[in-house]
Design a protein around this ligand. Structure first.
Ligand code: CA
Length: 224
């Protein structure tokens, strides 16, 4: 699956490229509107991440250009603008979906997967580890069959941990993936949410699924 990232801010484009490559996607980049539109129309792109504010031609103009010849190519707009009117304008122009900056990478991935058609098996919408399962589409989480209610952030945090079972994830990686790359690094938000998550996932007689790795971060136990 080849993703075109149309983004003029190098830090954000780098962040997206690294994350997407780690997830197994191929990445193309464009740093302005005209180049983005040209590459989107080139024919070998499966999904476009399109920044709304771009030099040369803004995101909505680029989107209109893409839609004129590619009515079904998935295009997810990235925007700092929270106004409902902008969102409506984007969807009117044919954006497939919208993510507001600063966005969490997990949320973006979930939306991308929802819109990417093709060879990815339908089963990919569920993540599981041991007796815990998480459905990325229905957003249902279960442990040993019992439904667990999580907030949006708790859900994204658990999804991120489940994606890398047995691997140690640093607080910085977790923070970037779940809260966004520019979230204030001075906070202990990761530790606080790990605590929430542990409390909700606890089941008598069952092992704690999330391990603390001293001075590094956290790890989801692989297997049972
Ligand atoms: Ca921009």
């Amino acid at each position: 699956m080849r993703i075109l990232v149309v983004e003029d801010e190098p830090a954000i484009a780098d962040f997206l490229e690294r994350g997407l490559i780690a997830e197994g996607y191929e990445v193309r980049r464009a740093a302005d509107g005209p180049d983005g539109e040209r590459q989107a129309l080139s024919g070998d792109v499966d999904l476009v991440l399109l920044d709304a504010m771009l030099p040369g031609r803004d995101g909505l103009e680029v989107l209109a250009g893409i839609r004129a010849t590619k009515p079904v190519l998935p295009v997810i707009m990235l925007t700092a603008r929270r106004a409902v009117s902008d969102r409506v304008a984007g969807l009117d122009e044919g954006a497939t979906d919208y993510v507001t900056k600063p966005f969490a990478f997990e949320e973006l991935l979930a939306r991308m997967r929802a819109h990417l058609r093709g060879p990815e098996p339908a089963g990919k919408t569920t993540l599981s580890g041991g007796d815990i399962s998480l459905d990325l589409v229905s957003r249902e989480v279960r442990r040993d069959g019992n439904q667990i209610r999580l907030t949006g952030r708790e859900f994204e945090l658990l999804a991120h941990l489940l994606r890398y079972p047995g691997q140690v994830l640093s607080r910085e990686d977790i923070r970037a993936a779940v809260w966004g790359f520019d979230f204030d690094p001075g906070t202990n938000v990761v530790d606080v949410y790990i605590r929430y998550l542990r409390r909700k996932l606890a089941l008598p007689g069952r092992p704690a699924p999330i391990e603390t790795v001293r001075s590094v971060g956290y790890r989801f136990r692989a297997g049972r």
